[in-house]
Ligand binder design. Structure first.
Ligand code: PMT
Length: 397
């Protein structure tokens, strides 16, 4: 698992709901991502899960009681509120939401939330009728108005036997939202970023296609980095096996033509376009209607696909256009040629022949070349760190 929450302090408030057992997994995932986690449990939460479980997973003392023997050097609920970088209430019941919305601070958790100056996230979970109750709706709306963040529950079958909206949201969504709020640099707030990722697949017949080895990791990392920095992100993705970061608009495509159509439909609005996708330059001239049968040797006639980046370069006005270049030889010369011919602001060149660079790896080794001719070589680092360097350059520009 990635260590994207390294050094981040997360206070987790657990309230009384059957989903309290899921909070154990949430704490475990936050820990695996590198966060320092301290758990506060309400009295009702302890009816569902024991503090020992949270203490063992978080490796920190679990706070249960407002009046348990304090450390007199600090007022514990105030110090907890100022210790945390992010406060997650998970699961958040109608009761805790109602208490905070009404300004009630009568136990350790509600007093700490009240004293918190950091982002407070409520991951709501309750019976669907409770969630629909106008009082709960009003309390949520009030808290949102004051800047509290909510993770809506999912739809599905609930422990009480009903089906509806009330299940705790999925684990990835919860940890993504924590990561979003923990990431302080929001220099892309108000900006629209369009990213392409993954390979394209060009049909030969109903069972076969031409494609390449792109996993989508580089493009998905760029989309995530832009989201963390506050941008509104659209990700146009070829067929890959990665879950996108939360709250990114994803448009899935297969062929280069579909990617071209999706990109041209959303590109006019974008402030920054990052083309990390590995687009097939050629596609079969004809797609066979039925599975092609074995005969002797055969050849497939190919025809050119549209060059999406080239088209974007032609109509670019006030956008920052970033291309990638993937080569197995003459990397820099080819990258410089593409930078000019496609009218890019800069190009990110990766050499597929180097270990730790290119397809499928979690890392990359790149040289960034900008339109003024400035070259920056970047040693091997995670695709996410490289994505942030690319965005830093966009922000500078
Ligand atoms: O997905 P991963 O496994 O993480 O791998 C990452 C990567 C190696 C795929 C990525 O870092 C990368 O290099 N992407 C670009 C691959 C590519 O198509 O390179 P190219 O040199 O063939 O194309 C140059 C640029 O033109 C690229 O930005 C490409 O998106 C774009 N292009 C190419 C052909 C085409 N028909 N339309 C395009 O828009």
């Amino acid at each position: 698992m990635d260590k994207t929450l390294n050094g981040i302090k997360v206070a987790v408030g657990v309230t009384g709901c059957i989903a309290a057992y899921k909070a154990v997994e949430v704490v475990s995932r936050l820990k695996k991502k590198g966060a320092d986690v301290r758990v506060v449990m309400t009295k009702s939460a302890r009816e569902f899960v024991g503090p020992l479980t949270f203490g063992t997973i978080s490796k920190n003392k679990v706070i249960c009681d407002m009046f348990e023997l304090p450390d007199y050097s600090e007022v514990e609920h105030i110090s907890m509120a100022s210790w945390a970088d992010v406060f997650l209430v998970c699961p958040a019941t109608a009761n805790i939401i109602g208490k905070v919305a009404s300004g009630i601070a009568d136990d350790f958790l509600s007093t700490t939330i009240m004293a918190a100056k950091v982002p407070v996230i409520f991951a709501a979970a309750m019976n669907n009728n409770m969630y629909d109750n106008p009082i709960v709706r009003e309390n949520i709306a009030k808290l949102k108005k004051y800047g509290y963040c909510f993770i809506d529950p999912d739809e599905g079958s609930l422990a009480c036997g009903t089906v509806g909206k009330g299940r705790l949201a999925d684990y990835d969504k919860i940890t993504d939202v924590v990561e979003y709020h923990a990431y302080k640099n929001k220099d892309l707030l108000g900006k629209k970023v369009l990213v392409t990722a993954g390979p394209t697949a060009e049909k030969i017949d109903p069972v076969r296609f031409i494609s390449n080895h792109s996993s989508g990791k580089m493009g998905y990392a760029a989309a995530k980095a832009a989201k963390l920095r506050g941008a509104q992100v659209t990700l146009i993705s070829g067929p890959v096996n990665i879950k996108p970061f939360t709250d990114i608009d994803v448009i899935y495509v297969n062929s280069a033509q579909e990617m071209y159509d999706a990109v041209t439909a959303s590109s006019d609005d974008a402030d920054i376009i990052i083309k990390a996708a590995a687009v097939a330059d050629y596609k079969p001239l004809n797609i066979a209607e039925h599975k092609i049968k074995k005969t002797g040797d055969m050849s497939i006639a190919l025809t050119r696909n549209p060059d999406i980046l080239n088209e974007l370069g032609k109509k670019k006005q006030n956008q920052i256009l970033v291309g990638f270049c993937m080569e197995t030889k003459d990397l820099i010369a080819n990258a410089e040629k593409k930078l000019k011919s496609k009218n890019l602001d800069f190009i990110v060149a990766n050499d597929l022949s180097r270990e730790g660079a290119g397809f499928k790896t979690d890392t990359n080794i790149v040289t960034i070349i900008d339109k003024k001719g400035q070259k920056t070589s970047i040693d091997m680092m995670s695709k996410e760190d490289i994505a942030h360097i690319i965005l830093d350059k966009c922000v500078q520009m």
